[in-house]
Design a protein around this ligand. Structure first.
Ligand code: GRF
Length: 216
């Protein structure tokens, strides 16, 4: 049975953590707010007050919630606070953009097929626990692969594992360093993440097992 992804009310939340630049957050905001698209960035949730996305949200007038995991007794309590903030604002889609924490199974169940993540490689290769930042690009270069890229996927209970929504291919150049490859992949990320969000917001994505169909 094909499961239709719930049609959103167009409101999206972005989750960030760590010391991320917030460049995907920025790309999402610019793409989603500039066009006639059906989505709206309603909320930024950050597990760190100091990260780039918080500053960027401020300059765009986007509501920001900074929640420190230290304020909570457990991972579950932390995720419940995020879930409550999301549900109470009628948010239909949660986008992880440099969110380094593993979401609890309870959170994932509550928002199944409504949480997206972006990964800087072509999944299912070069993903999984510990594969983040420059490590991903180091591993790609070391492997000798000629192509890398970016993947947007729905989030399930395993790292970098949920159904794939969109991918972009990026060539690996002979003289690439992890940083030069990361820079090129990042440009692809900024393109495909807003595209995937727009497809969701238009109700065009449906999930059947591990496969995501883009409906006309
Ligand atoms: C990106 O490379 C993304 O693929 C990964 O985390 C990084 C976040 O970068 N999930 P930024 O903070 O959006 O610039």
């Amino acid at each position: 049975m094909e499961k239709q992804v719930p049609h959103p009310k167009s409101q999206i939340a972005v989750l960030v953590s760590g010391h991320g630049r917030g460049s995907n957050f920025q790309a999402i905001v610019e793409a989603v707010e500039s066009g006639p698209g059906p989505a709206h960035v309603r909320l930024l949730v950050s597990a760190n007050a100091e990260c780039g996305a918080v500053e960027r949200a401020g300059s765009h007038g986007i509501e920001t919630l900074v929640l420190s995991p230290k304020q909570f007794d457990s991972e579950l309590a932390f995720d419940e606070a995020i879930a409550e903030a999301i549900a109470s604002r009628g948010i239909e889609l949660v986008c992880l953009a440099g969110y380094m924490r593993k979401l609890t199974p309870e959170f994932i169940r509550q928002f199944r097929n409504r949480i997206m993540n972006i990964h800087p490689a072509l999944l299912p290769a070069f993903g999984g626990q510990g594969m983040y930042g420059l490590r991903v690009h180091e591993a790609v270069i070391e492997s000798g692969a000629k192509f890398s890229g970016a993947t947007v996927h729905f989030v399930d209970e395993e790292y970098d594992h949920g159904p794939i929504i969109a991918q972009a291919i990026v060539s690996v150049a002979d003289d690439d360093t992890p940083q030069t490859l990361a820079d090129r992949v990042l440009r692809a990320e900024h393109r495909i993440y807003p595209e995937a969000i727009a497809l969701f917001a238009k109700g065009r994505l449906s999930v059947n097992g591990r496969r995501v169909r883009v409906n006309p």
